[in-house]
Design a protein around this ligand. Structure first.
Ligand code: GRF
Length: 191
């Protein structure tokens, strides 16, 4: 099964997913990176691994529907049947949701439904929670609202800096996301 990763940022989760695939831990191939922020670090990571990159800024399209129609053309070109959002900082619209129903997953750095949206780690620190975590979920039309597939908690210790919490969250993400994607792929492939 060909998988596309959608990312906008540094791409550490892209890297973790690719590493899992290279180790034979994924029953799918990372065949494409879609990036909506041309120049983002994730693009050079993908190029370093020989993964094709489609880099398109939505700002250059007249509507979200037009932007996603172009993405859909690219996804078809690469015969993609599963989408992994890894730091893709925008809502998925009806064009992609209809084409990939139940086949789009996302990772979010909080225990949903707490701290949806931007800067979930900052929100958790501001609120002063002692436990936060990571959620992997199926993507629907809402923001961080789809059915939850997996969660793991992370403890915030007294004196933890933002960097400390980010590091703990990333460690969990890099382990939990490939494992959960593989479970989903096996489920879809009827294994
Ligand atoms: C991750 O924390 C992910 O949970 C969130 O965006 C971040 C992406 O990080 N959706 P990276 O680009 O994979 O390093």
């Amino acid at each position: 099964m060909n998988i596309a990763i959608f990312a906008s940022g540094s791409g550490s989760n892209f890297e973790a997913m690719k590493r899992a695939a290279d180790k034979g831990l994924l029953s799918g191939k990372i065949s494409l990176l879609i990036c909506d922020k041309p120049g983002a670090l994730v693009e050079s990571r993908a190029e370093g691994h020989g993964v094709p990159v489609v880099s398109l800024s939505p700002k250059t399209f007249s509507s979200k529907a037009d932007y996603e129609a172009e993405l859909l053309r690219e996804l078809k070109k690469y015969d993609i049947s599963f989408l992994v959002l890894a730091g893709y900082m925008r809502l998925v619209g009806p064009t992609l949701l209809d084409a990939f129903e139940g086949r789009i997953v996302n990772i979010h750095p909080s225990l949903l439904p707490s701290f949806k949206g931007l800067d979930a780690i900052g929100q958790a620190l501001d609120f002063g929670v002692k436990v936060t975590g990571v959620t992997v979920h199926v993507v629907d039309a809402g923001m961080d609202t789809g059915p939850i597939l997996a969660q793991e908690s992370v403890t915030i210790e007294p004196g933890d800096t933002r960097d400390d919490v980010e590091k703990k969250i990333r460690e969990v993400e890099h382990r939990l996301y490939p494992k959960t994607v593989e479970q989903m792929l096996q489920h879809l492939q009827g294994v």
